[in-house]
Design a protein around this ligand. Structure first.
Ligand code: PNS
Length: 165
């Protein structure tokens, strides 16, 4: 298990500027970063997993985030099973507020107990701390402008692709 290999997991439904900020910071810290789209059964999905993967790949390229970055999805079981498969010793999560700390802490403890994998919390740029995928889903679903909150590929997709234009 390598502490130079990290997994950045999430629903990414859709990817936001906050997600991209955390991915960039993780890519600076670790030799290899796996950006992992995980199905979260607790959330009503807006985009299919394949679309989220495509938008993440396009957004990482558009923002010129350098490094060894793998974009993948996982629906076969525990997150730590994927991490173990790719020899990752670290999970990276973005923390926007105390609410995120309360949500993430039990998962971090469970993941450490399950597989000895540590979770590192990174702070995004404060400009992104009010952004969430759920807010973007709501605004986009009601026809509002989400361009301040999402990378270009996501904004263009939500403006056209999602409506099948
Ligand atoms: O972006 P999200 O929805 O907050 O991401 C949450 C996610 C998908 C990372 C979390 O639900 C998760 O880790 N799911 C994988 C299932 C799992 O391993 N559960 C047990 C440990 S928490």
């Amino acid at each position: 298990m390598s502490n130079r290999i990290a997994v950045v997991p999430g629903s990414f439904d859709p990817p936001t500027l906050g997600h991209l900020d955390v991915i960039r910071r993780a890519a600076h810290l670790y030799d290899t970063v796996h950006v992992l789209v995980v199905h979260n059964p607790d959330k009503q999905a807006m985009l299919p997993i394949a679309q989220r993967l495509s938008l993440l790949e396009q957004s990482i390229a558009e923002q010129s985030i350098d490094g060894d970055i793998v974009v993948a999805s996982w629906s076969m079981g525990l997150l730590v099973d994927y991490a173990t498969d790719v020899n990752a010793g670290v999970l990276v999560k973005g923390i926007r507020s105390q609410v995120d700390v309360a949500y993430e802490t039990p998962m971090a403890i469970v993941n450490r107990n399950l597989a000895g994998i540590e979770t590192v919390f990174l702070l995004p740029d404060p400009a992104h701390t009010l952004v969430s995928s759920s807010l973007v889903r709501q605004v986009a679903g009601l026809g509002g402008d989400v361009t301040p909150y999402v990378p270009g590929p996501v904004a263009r997709f939500l403006d056209t692709g999602a409506r099948g234009i």
